[in-house]
Design a protein around this ligand. Structure first.
Ligand code: TXA
Ligand code: MG
Length: 356
């Protein structure tokens, strides 16, 4: 498949919004990761997304929309009512506190929402992204765009336009649905990992539940809104980020802290060790010539911002193994660890034919 990167000029935004109107698929930047966008009201466009991404059709997609002209209670209610038949007050509270931003709300779907968006379920995922280029194209398009992350199913999400082209350039479009993929450039995604997903479908019985942790932590939600989100995934909803193996590099990845005092190198086993200073004070790196050391930045924000590009880069270096030092499992770290745990499960699939 051919790909072209478009700079985010007004002219290009108009051109690509027209392509979206014509049921083409266009890769767009968001503040979390790049998305593979198509008209959420068009079964033709949605079919193309699944084909290009090689994603099973029963996995639901998130619908993205532009922010209303004024972010009032009434304005959010009107936007949500286009997609959801039941809008609890907490949905509006969350929208007012965190939208536009990296938060997805799962709500009971409106009748008009296509089954291709929801994976045949009775709910719909909704998000208003904050990236100015995402907002610009959503506004120009004038409707909802269904957009999964712009990677092949199960692989690492792209956080630059170049990553998107690398994901799809070698993909054979066997059904000739779309020979050419336009990628709208918005620079490196600021957040770096996918949005936090909250399920509000069972809010009256179980309360809001966390479906996917992200950089908006449940602690931040409680602090800003008083809304308590339960971490237990009791819901039977299907969500692909909920599969164990996901976000995976081809190189074998493991999550463990290396005990360098007792470390015995395996001959010819080249290791990349990604660690924090905090975990290894006074590390004598020279003693371990088979290991390349990669120091992580201090904050969770900085780590998330670099995480996927770092995994992609390490994946090009022919290491026998990437070892990632575990991070805490709370707050914003939880979102990062969630991706690393899934990457660990799915890694080492260099010969997976679906990736060729
Ligand atoms: O940050 C993000 O959310 C990015 C950007 C592009 O917006 N999108 C993204 O999409 O990560 P995707 O398709 O890669 O992941 C969406 C997740 C999946 O785990 C999907 O199953 C879940 O959202 N999801 C979407 N609609 C849902 C629904 N109705 N019920 C349960 N889970 C849903
Ligand atoms: Mg994804």
């Amino acid at each position: 498949m051919q790909t072209t990167i478009y700079s985010p000029t007004q002219e290009h935004i108009k051109l690509l919004a027209d392509q979206l109107q014509a049921n083409e698929v266009v890769a767009i930047p968001t503040e979390t990761v790049y998305g593979l966008a198509g008209n959420a009201r068009s079964a033709v466009a949605l079919k193309k997304i699944f084909e290009i991404k090689n994603r099973p059709e029963n996995h639901p997609l998130i619908v993205h929309f532009a922010k209303p002209d004024e972010s009032t209670h009434q304005a959010w209610t009107e936007v949500l009512a286009e997609w959801s038949r039941e809008i609890p007050e907490i949905a509006i509270q969350l929208a007012q506190a965190f939208w536009p931003g990296p938060l997805t709300l799962v709500l009971p779907k409106a009748k008009s929402v296509l089954k291709e968006v929801t994976g045949g379920q009775d709910s719909v995922g909704l998000r208003c992204p904050s990236h100015p280029v995402a907002q610009a194209i959503l506004k120009e398009f004038g409707g909802g765009l269904a957009a999964p992350s712009a990677n092949r199913f199960g692989k690492i999400s792209p956080t630059t336009s170049l990553h998107v082209t690398q994901e799809f350039v070698n993909v054979r479009d066997e059904n000739f649905l779309q020979h050419h993929l336009a990628v709208l450039d918005g620079g490196a995604c600021h957040i770096g990992i996918e949005s936090t997903i909250i399920n509000l479908c069972d809010w009256s019985t179980t309360g809001p539940t966390l479906l996917r942790p992200g950089m908006i932590s449940i602690a931040e939600i409680e602090e800003k809104t008083g809304i308590v989100v339960s971490e237990k995934i009791k819901s039977s909803l299907r969500h692909s980020g909920g599969l164990m193996a996901h976000y995976a590099p081809k190189t074998l990845l493991s999550l463990k802290k290396i005990d360098f005092k007792n470390f015995v190198a395996i001959p010819y086993h080249r290791l990349a060790y990604v660690y924090r200073n905090l975990d290894h004070v006074a590390l004598e790196k020279d003693k371990f010539p088979m290991i390349d050391f990669y120091l992580l930045p201090e904050s969770a924000e900085q780590i998330a911002h670099n995480l996927y590009s770092q995994l992609r880069e390490l994946d090009t270096k022919s290491y026998d193994e990437i070892v990632f030092c575990p991070l805490p499992l709370v707050g914003q770290w939880h979102g990062i660890m969630d991706r690393l745990l899934r990457a660990e499960q799915g890694s080492g699939t260099a010969n997976d034919p679906s990736h060729l």
